[in-house]
Write a protein that binds this ligand. Structure first.
Ligand code: SF4
Length: 387
């Protein structure tokens, strides 16, 4: 290698301790970690019977979501869809009802498509080949590795939020883990650390350490089984690692929703007149919360006034809307937007004209069975409190 290549490589290499390349160090870390995990692993439902299907569902639910939030959803989901075939056979509305409140609904749709593909291509048996698993909708390198290592002990590394932080601290990696050369390095570390057998237990142990001990702020190094080998702790820099990620710049947005009651006294359901009914529709494909039901509301731009928003909503409904008083304001965030949703009453100016498809008048009781957007559900609760 020429001197200039050596200098270039030195500049490109991230700053870290290469202790992980020593087999003795790796064996020591592994031993301590696995002994700790054997005593401290949490009793989680997907750990009791780790079939590929059960691990898959848990991994998808756990993306961007805390274990405590996932637990009741997981139990309910497995009770309704105990096999790939039953998941594939359900309709999307029923699936979304089971997902409502977990957020990131694309995950549920990908699960559905993947289940249908597994039924069509693999007779409903979850594949155990890494490339076949990776090719399924909604499954990336981490999820494929987690499913196969945990369910069948395959020697597959994993790297997600917890392990990124834990491995970064073990090797005292100073850079941001999400930068490409650092990510590449961490995948190498993740692979080198795996034992010859039962990689799934090692992977779960590393994630568990990140969740319980090696937390993002104030890691509990005093209780950590790996403290003696951890390069960040040994050099007193554990709280500076991982390196800072550029913060998301939020954009404020004002959106409007209008609650429109059916002009006649009630709506019909199964031959009876039920309570008041409200105008709702499933949100269109390709946009925010596609497939979930919601009241007329703006989702794609910020409006200065309810009258301006009502013009857009009138065009969507196909009948002119007259907005009324404000009922409430709901604050929520979606991706980079911090949204103030102003919820108003409203009425249709031409009561003889019916709203176009897919708008429907639905009672609050019926809405309880429909998969609703997060804010749609909050509006339903508000209306129930006042009905
Ligand atoms: S010693 Fe501290 S920083 Fe190192 S792995 Fe343990 S908890 Fe994390």
């Amino acid at each position: 290698m020429s001197r200039s290549d050596a200098i270039k490589n030195a500049v490109l290499l991230p700053e870290h301790d290469d202790v992980w390349q020593q087999a003795k160090w790796r064996a020591r870390v592994r031993r301590s970690l696995l002994a700790w995990f054997a005593k401290n692993a949490r009793d989680l439902p997907w750990r009791r019977d780790s079939t590929p299907y059960r691990v898959w569902i848990s991994e998808i639910m756990l993306q961007q979501t805390q274990v405590a939030t996932v637990l009741p959803y997981y139990e309910r989901f497995m009770a309704s869809f105990p096999t790939v075939a039953e998941l594939a056979a359900t309709d999307e509305q029923k699936l979304l009802t089971h997902w409502e409140g977990l957020g990131y609904y694309r995950r549920a749709r990908s699960l559905h498509s993947a289940a249908r593909l597994i039924v069509a291509e693999y007779d409903g048996v979850f594949p155990l080949d890494f490339d076949q698993v990776l090719a399924l909708p909604g499954i990336g390198r981490y999820t494929a590795g987690a499913i196969l290592s945990i369910s069948s002990g395959q020697r597959q590394p994993i790297l997600e939020g917890n392990t990124q932080r834990v491995f970064s601290r073990w090797i005292s990696l100073r850079g941001t883990p999400s930068e490409t050369p650092n990510t590449r390095l961490l995948w190498q570390v993740a692979e080198a650390m795996l034992p010859r057998k039962d990689s799934g237990t090692f992977n779960q142990a590393a994630m568990e350490l990140g969740a319980l001990i090696c937390t993002p702020k104030k890691p509990a190094c005093g209780q950590c089984p790996v403290a003696g080998a951890c390069q960040a702790y040994q050099t007193g820099v554990e709280e500076e690692i991982p390196g800072k990620v550029t913060r998301v710049l939020y954009e404020d947005r004002t959106e409007f929703a209008v609650v429109i009651v059916k002009p006649s006294s009630g709506c019909r359901k199964a031959g009876e007149i039920t309570d008041r009914c409200y105008l709702v529709r499933p949100l269109p494909a390709g946009g925010r919360w596609a497939g979930l039901w919601d009241f007329p509301r703006t989702t794609d731009t910020s409006y200065a006034s309810v009258n301006a928003a009502a013009k857009q909503l009138s065009a969507e409904v196909g009948v002119n809307i007259q907005p009324g008083i404000r009922l409430t304001k709901i604050r929520h965030a979606v991706t980079k937007y911090r949204i103030s949703l102003h919820v108003h009453t409203g009425e249709l100016l031409d009561t003889k004209q019916a709203p176009g498809k897919p708008w429907r008048y639905v009672s609050l009781a019926e809405m309880a069975e429909l998969p609703m957007s997060v804010t749609g559900r909050r509006i339903v609760k508000l209306l129930m409190e006042h009905s």
